[in-house]
Design a protein around this ligand. Sequence first.
Ligand code: GLC
Length: 585
Amino acid sequence: MLNRAKFLFATLSLVLWLDAGTSLAQQPPQQSSKHEQAQQKSQDPWWKHAVIYEIYPRSFQDSNGDGVGDINGITSRLDYIRDLGIDAIWISPMYPSPLIDFGYDISDYTAIDPLYGTLADFDHLVSEAKKRNIRVIMDFVPNHTSDQHPWFKESRSSRSNPKRDWYIWRDGNAMGQPPNNWQSWFGHSAWKLDPTTNQYYYHHFYTEQPDLNWRNPQVRKAMYDAMRFWLKRGVAGFRIDAVSRLFEDPNLHDDPILPGKNAYGDPNIAHKYTDNLPEVHEVLREMRKVVNAYPGNPVMISEADEPNIAELAKMYGAKNDEVQLPMDFQIADVNKLSAPDFRRLLNEIDRNAVGGQPHYFFSNHDQPRQWDRYGDGVHNDQIAKLMAALLLATRATPLMYYGEELGMRTTEPARKEDVQDPIGKIGWPEEKGRDGERTPMQWDASTNAGFSASQHPWLPVPPSASIYNVVAEAQDPKSILAFYKRLLALRRNEPALRDGRYLPLNQEDTNVLSFLRKEPGRGEAILVVLNMSAEPRTIKFDLSAHGVKGGSANPLLAAPEIGAESTQLNHFSVPAFGVFIGSVD
Ligand code: GLC
């Protein structure tokens, strides 16, 4: 869930700092035999080992020169996605929409917005992706529709309309005010008076996004039918938007007021009566049955900003019958390079009671990019590699965001009049909105970075595109892109990294996060060492308790580069923000 208001932006260095000292160990990734072994051995569903890549369709590739990305643009870039080493793409909404929330306000759940193309284009994308072993995951927005959806138009037309109960309608209070103090996530009251019937409707997000009433069985049926529509077209599952917000307290209790004000100038409140109500889980179980009826193990990914491991773990379902991959916002939002904080969270989710698969990410279309949030303004490119290793070497299904593999940075609008995202308009200047993390993909150093032939792309291309782009980085073995590619290949080809357990090491170390990845019953393991501090560190490992007998590690991938010779475990040096991934046995 959107988490910007919690986040205080670190001051950005405007200096383009080139990571001159950083490079890669030169060993080629191990080739297919181990990979094939792992493939054959694994009975796991595909999503357990997949790397998923989020595409914000407005910003990935414009194929028709209108300044907005589209489906054919995505199709034209599938080779890049395959070569990067991606198994599945999640595409943010492309349904017909008035675009108040850039597609998260849907006016038809079973069609494609002409801005992005046609259903035929979509089918073509799915089939071309399949040829490259890439699955397509849809974004599904169950909490609310657009106020331009025919269901809402009917619902608002009269109090007796058959669809009246598809949304949340209430009378104002005795003072002629909204029914209670509930606030929209996007600022101000969550209730909007509709003059036609003189009642208020509830909207957790923008006023143009009325919440559906999930207590109405007809709503459930209509939404499940929409899911079936896409499953029949071959999608591999859904990322389910804002899922914890599906239900509100029917008794309309006021939410508790907290100290202080938020970025919109409203009193802070705890969303106690509008978030995470227990009925959410009943719906998730029903959705899981819908997807389970289709072949190919379709996946459900939940977007829910769970406050602690107990709530996060509930998303899997007590019988593993809800969401397979709940996005882990706790890890995404540590917002500082802290070995103890990451270790605690990694340990907690790894040991979840139902054995659910962890699902990590750092960037997405709602939060400032990781380059800025975790960078220190001096070593950002090295830190980008460190974050890549944290994401891709741990035991989780990783979720990347387009351009993170390049070191794309957040580029916020400089002036209020340039802002596209309405929350930036409402909250300016404290809340500048989400445009900064949605800027066009940086393909090359040409005009508009190869994103669009239009003179006016929907968001400007950041100046960093002249250096941080696919073409330039593909030619530089020390680039962030080169590091991601090597790491993705290693993850795919090394069974211990793909399938192995996660075994935390040196748990008292406050600077260096280290862990082993090891398959049960096998001698061979992979040691991952991530120095989260700005100082070089020398540490010791005793891996005997994990069945590792040798006293050294053989590097597979490191940043900054080290030689091919093995490193002694009892005197192990790792540079500032350094990454080491090596085999031990
Ligand atoms: C989710 C989406 C976000 C959207 C909101 C309302 O948080 O990720 O982009 O604005 O839901 O649909």
